[in-house]
Structures are given as structure tokens and as C-alpha cells.
Write a protein that binds this ligand. Structure first.
Ligand code: ZN
Length: 239
């Protein structure tokens, strides 16, 4: 196939574009979108951790309320016992009442130490909860940055010409018989036109033996030789 070296490059550009379009390269998720997806997935885990931390705080809060309510009841029982003791003269009844007051006092002491423990614990749990919420805020900022980067990448891609339009434009700049032959060969092996990098064909990735390499090299510059392996027309690097 005859074509001047300058337009051979145009034909190669056209063939390469059609191959990358067919392999779906342009449909891939951008690295900016991947980063955003990853950060958003992490944020879900951070929110789960924060809500677990909040639940731990709520549990201790309820525990403290329970202790305080028990304490009020016991103090009332202790006071009732002491009041009754002041008016009671029967020794057996006095012994029972004294025992009741003693039990209430001892239970109150236990509750006070439980309360102290809960207060110590809630301090650590609140810190933990605050830290988890701070992580969410920091992650939100990262997500905001990643979203801007993603939007910028989308806008930049939108400004790039659609590869299909470029293919049409390139095809129109080449002779119709060349395009027809290229299409025929492309229908045959899915490539049509490939680059020859000095030793191998980029269409089939085969390193050619010395004989065919010499044949390709000795072909006149305005003629496209064919790969002996896959039949693609080869475009050489012309100095
Ligand atoms: Zn080949």
C-alpha cells in the first residue's frame, strides 16, 4: 500500500485511536474518582466507629442515672430506718432496724465507688467519642478536596475532543482507497495498521526474524510493508 510518510503517521494515529477505543480505555474510572470512592468508603467506617463510641457513652450515662436513682432510694431507706430507731424501744425491733440502717449505708458506699468508677470511665469514653468525631471532620475535608479534584478532572476530560470525532477527521484527511484497505485489513486482524519499532510489530507484538526485518527496512519510505505474522500494515519511524 502506497502512502507518503507524513500521512502514514496520520493513519497510524487513526489506527491507534480505534484500538484504544475498542479496548475501552476511555471508559475506565479516573484515578481522581478512585481516590474519592476510597475516601468515601473509609468515611462510612469512621461513622460506624463514631456511632459505636457514642453508644458506649450513652450506656455509661444510663448506668450513672441508674446508680443515682438507687442511691436516692437507699438514702431514704436509711433515713426511715434512723427515724424509726429514734422512736423504737423494743430491743429485737431495734436490732432489726439497726441492721437495716447498716445495710443501707454499706450499699450506699458500694454505689459511691461504682459511681466514681463510671465517672472515670465516661471521661475516657467521651474523649474517644470526640476523637472519632474529629476524624470524621478531617475525612470530610479530604473528601471535599478529592471531590474538587474529581470535578476538575471531569471538566478537563470534557474539553478533550471526543476520540470518535478525531477518528472521523483523520479518516477524512486520508485517501479513500487507503482508508478502504486499512478497514479491510482491520476487519481481518482487528488492527489494520501498526507501528514497527525496528524489531517487532506492535500489532501482534512478535519480534520478527532477521530476514523479514531487512525486507521491512528496505521497503521504500512511501510504501507500507505488511507484518509477515499478522498482516498489519507497518508504519516505520522515519528520521
Ligand atoms: Zn504483526
Amino acid at each position: 500500500m502506497k502512502l507518503d510518510p507524513q500521512r502514514q503517521k496520520t493513519l497510524l494515529e487513526l489506527a491507534n485511536l480505534e484500538r484504544s477505543l475498542a479496548s475501552g480505555v476511555s471508559g475506565r474510572v479516573s484515578p481522581e474518582q478512585e481516590t474519592l470512592d476510597r475516601l468515601e468508603a473509609e468515611q462510612i467506617r469512621l461513622r460506624d466507629a463514631a456511632s459505636a463510641a457514642q453508644m458506649a457513652v450513652d450506656d455509661i450515662d444510663n448506668e450513672i442515672l441508674r446508680i443515682q436513682s438507687d442511691e436516692r432510694k437507699l438514702r431514704r431507706r436509711k433515713k426511715d430506718g434512723q427515724d424509726a430507731l429514734g422512736a423504737e424501744t423494743d430491743p429485737e425491733r431495734r436490732r432489726d432496724l439497726t441492721h437495716d440502717v447498716y445495710t443501707a449505708k454499706s450499699r450506699i458506699a458500694d454505689l459511691m465507688s461504682e459511681l466514681q468508677e463510671a465517672h472515670n470511665e465516661i471521661h475516657a469514653l467521651r474523649n474517644n467519642r470526640d476523637l472519632a468525631q474529629e476524624r470524621i471532620r478531617q475525612q470530610e475535608q479530604r473528601i471535599e478536596g478529592a471531590r474538587e479534584a474529581r470535578d476538575a478532572a471531569v471538566a478537563a476530560t470534557a474539553q478533550v475532543e471526543d476520540p470518535r470525532d478525531i477518528i472521523t477527521r483523520l479518516a477524512e484527511s486520508l485517501p479513500a482507497d487507503v482508508i478502504a484497505e486499512y478497514e479491510r485489513q482491520r476487519a481481518e486482524n482487528g488492527v489494520g495498521v501498526a507501528q514497527f519499532n525496528g524489531r517487532s510489530c506492535t500489532g501482534c507484538a512478535m519480534v520478527l526474524p532477521a530476514g523479514p526485518i531487512a525486507l521491512v527496512r528496505n521497503t521504500p519510505a512511501d510504501v507500507l510493508p505488511q507484518c509477515p505474522e499478522c498482516g498489519s500494515y507497518l508504519v516505520r519511524n522515519h528520521a
